[in-house]
Design a protein around this ligand. Structure first.
Ligand code: GDP
Ligand code: ZN
Length: 379
């Protein structure tokens, strides 16, 4: 969709670089990173003109897309010396990167990348697809971050903090009983997924405890909206193989209230994995991780489980009431038919949404869920 075209990009120096030791530094950077020779020369010329001109021009591909954030600036890198990899986790200035062949590297980040993405709190995020230059068998330097999609982020102090990038799907786990099913919670997770552009998969666990026919009306409502719904049991193993097939080759975030059986399901799919998930949750409860640390946990069957502690507690919820209807697939088609353009679909007359509820085209429970989310269940 987004067309790429090579473009010159002006990159500002970071503050601590405003008075560079001229020649040496450029030479070293050129050697280390392979900047275009002509750009280096040009900057040598202007670098005496004071702070306003202390910028450098680099060649890059820029996604031709209105939504481009600055990480979508794709720097030219020397592919012959770089490996492709996936960032499993970020620890301060160091990222743990898994190369395509499975080897792990501790990577620093190329300085130029940091200067290009001033909008982000962290330049590199867990889940990023990167090109990195290995220095030896264990360490390297991230040279380029590929454009992201499927981002789970949090806004703090007006800045978007990407917690994890390139998430393919969200497995929304509920339990049929113990604790009893909370469809409203599923709806909340669905909104998070819709907003982030992540494919939701609804997974109702513990169906060994109930009569599955009782769930059919609910399953029908979600299926009609085009959502995948799985009825599973970690205890009996029912449909766990179907869940496993869905996880294969994808990066999946697993969301759901505590006690619904997320760890149990992961444990059936890959024994040992849940222990690694649990270890982080325990640590974060003790407050050792004040910032939420996301990790990708590689699965033996291929793919990753994305462990994002924040999503379970809805720390990622930054949806305003006016947005809610757009993320309800069943409500959305009626919104433009309401009499008042600013209709909230709660108390207004001549509301096409309420009409649709009245004659059964929108499920009543879903509408109640909408009202609840609209009216302040947004904390
Ligand atoms: P989590 O908090 O979502 O990770 O949930 P857990 O995996 O820790 O499971 C919570 C409780 O539910 C445990 O006591 C599990 O043994 C139980 N449980 C998990 N899956 C099933 C299931 O499919 N059927 C039944 N009957 N119990 C289950
Ligand atoms: Zn309306």
């Amino acid at each position: 969709m987004s067309k790429k075209k090579p473009k010159k990009v002006r990159a500002e120096f970071r503050k601590n670089r405003l008075a560079p030791a001229r020649d040496d530094d450029w030479t070293r950077q050129f050697n280390a990173h392979g900047f275009e020779q002509k750009d280096t020369l040009r900057e040598q010329r202007v670098s005496g003109k004071g702070e306003m001109t202390r910028r450098r021009t680099v060649m890059a591909d820029v996604a031709d897309d209105a939504n481009t954030d600055r990480t979508d600036v794709m720097l030219d890198v020397d592919h012959s010396v770089c490996l492709a990899g996936r960032v499993l986790s970020v620890h301060g200035l160091t990222s743990l990167v898994q190369a395509i062949d499975g080897r792990l590297f501790k990577c620093a980040t190329r300085r130029l990348l940091k200067t290009l993405s001033t909008e982000q709190r962290h330049v590199v995020a867990a889940g990023d697809r990167v090109l990195f230059r290995p220095a030896d068998q264990q360490e390297g330097v991230i040279e380029r971050i590929e454009p992201r999609k499927g981002i789970l982020s949090r806004t703090s102090k007006g800045r978007q903090h990407v917690m994890v990038a390139n998430v393919d799907q969200m497995i929304i786990v509920g339990s049929a009983a113990e604790p009893y099913l909370k469809p409203h919670l599923i709806d909340r997770f669905l909104i998070s997924a819709e907003k982030s552009g992540i494919r939701p998969i609804i997974c109702i666990n513990k169906v060994d405890l109930i009569d599955r026919a009782d769930l059919q009306p609910l399953v029908g409502v979600y299926a009609q909206m085009g959502y995948a719904v799985l009825l599973v049991s970690a205890k009996t193993g029912l449909n766990v193989n179907r869940l496993q097939r869905l996880l294969r080759g994808a990066a999946s975030v697993v969301a759901g209230q505590s006690g619904v059986g997320k760890s149990s399901l992961l444990n059936v799919i890959e024994p040992g994995l849940h222990l690694r998930v649990a270890a982080v949750s325990v640590e974060s409860q003790k407050g050792r991780h004040t910032t939420t640390t996301s990790r990708l946990l590689p699965l033996d069957c291929g793919g990753y489980v994305v462990d994002t502690p924040g999503i379970r507690q809805f720390q990622l919820w930054d949806i305003i009431p006016q947005e809610v209807a757009a993320y309800f697939r069943d409500v959305r088609p009626y919104v433009s038919l309401c009499r008042f353009p600013n209709c909230t679909h709660t108390h207004e007359s001549f509301c096409a949404v309420k009409d649709a509820v009245a004659d059964g085209r929108i499920d009543t429970r879903r509408y109640e869920s909408y009202c609840q989310l609209y009216e302040g269940d947004l904390a």
